[in-house]
Design a protein around this ligand. Sequence first.
Ligand code: BT5
Length: 324
Amino acid sequence: MKKDDKILELFKKNKDSFLSGREVSQSLSISRQALWKHIEKLRELGYTIEAVPHLGYKLLQVPDKTLVSEIKWNLKTKIIGSEIHYYETVGSTNNIAYELATEGAREGTVVIADEQTKGKGRLGREWVSPSEGGVYISCVLRPDILPNEVPKITLVAAVSAVKTIRQFSGLKALIRWPNDILISDRKAGGILVELKAEIDRINFAILGIGLNINTSRRLLPKGATSIKEESKSSSDFSRVEFVKVLFKVLEKEYLKFKEDGFRAIRNDLKSYSCTLGRFVSITISGKRKFHGKAVDIDKNGALVIRLENGSHETFLTGDVTLIR
Ligand code: BT5
C-alpha cells in the first residue's frame, strides 16, 4: 500500500479524533517533515485535513473524485476493480482500457475518469461526459463466449446498472433494450461494449458504462437526466459510493452469467425492461427501420418484435424508440 493510502487508512479508522503527527509518522516510519509533505499532497487532491497544534490531524472531508484510494477503501469485489486506473480527464476510458487489454491487462481491470473529452456512444455517436457529475468507467472482460454472444454482455451490464441505481437511490430505473438506462423515460446512462475477437474466439471485451449521477440537465443532451435531477435532491450523491455498489453488483451478475449462462439474467432483464409490451420502432445501423410491438427478449438476448403485418422479427442490436 502506498504511503498516502496508509495515511488515509489511519485517518478513516480514527474518523472522529485527532491523530498526532508523532503517532502517524511513527506508524509509517517516516519523518514528521515527510508526513507534512504527504498531507499537502492529499490536500492538493481535494482532501480537507485539519491540522491543530498540539492535537494533530483530522480528516474532515474526502473529495468526490473517483480516486483509486477512495474506491478501493472497503471494496468487496474479487474481480471487478482488482486493478483501477484513474484519470481526472481522458479522451475515452474505453480507448485506454482497450490499450491496457491489448498489453495483457487482466479481467476486471477498470479505467475510470472524472471527465471525458471524446466520450463514445455506439455507431460513432458522442457520449457527453462533463466533469465531476457522471461516472465514466471501462472494464476489461475476458469471457469464454463466442463473438456473436457479446451483445449479452451489454444486457448483463444494463441489469447491473439498473439494480445499482435502484439500490443506491430508490429510483425506478429501467432498461430500454439493449443499452439505454432510463429514469422517468429520460436517458440517465448508456453502455458501449467494444471487442477484440477472432472469428470464433474473443480476445477481450471492453465494457464501457456511462451514468449521470449529479450532472445538471443543462449540461446534457435533450431528453437526458441524472440521478440527482430525478431524485430532486439538493445535495450531491457520492460517486465513489455509487461506483463501489456498481462494482459489487456487476461482479455478481457477471459471475452469474459466466457460470449459469444468459438464462440467469433474462428474467431480471425482462422485468426491468421498459421496451416489452410497447409499440416501438427499431433502426438498424442507422438505416433500416421496422415498426411493431416488442413482445419478448429471447434466450439469446434478442428483441422479438411483432411487425404490423403480423410476422415476428428478432433483432440482436438496434436503436429503439418507444412509441406508445
Ligand atoms: C450509448 O451509446 O449510450 C453508450 C454510452 C457509453 C458511454 C461510456 S462512458 C465510459 C465509456 N467510455 C466511452 O467513451 N464510452 C463509454 P448510444 O446508444 O449510441 O447513445 C448515444 C446517444 O445518447 C447520443 O447520441 C445522445 O443522444 C445521448 N447522450 C449522449 N450523452 C449522453 C449523456 N451523458 N446522458 C444521456 N444521454 C446522452
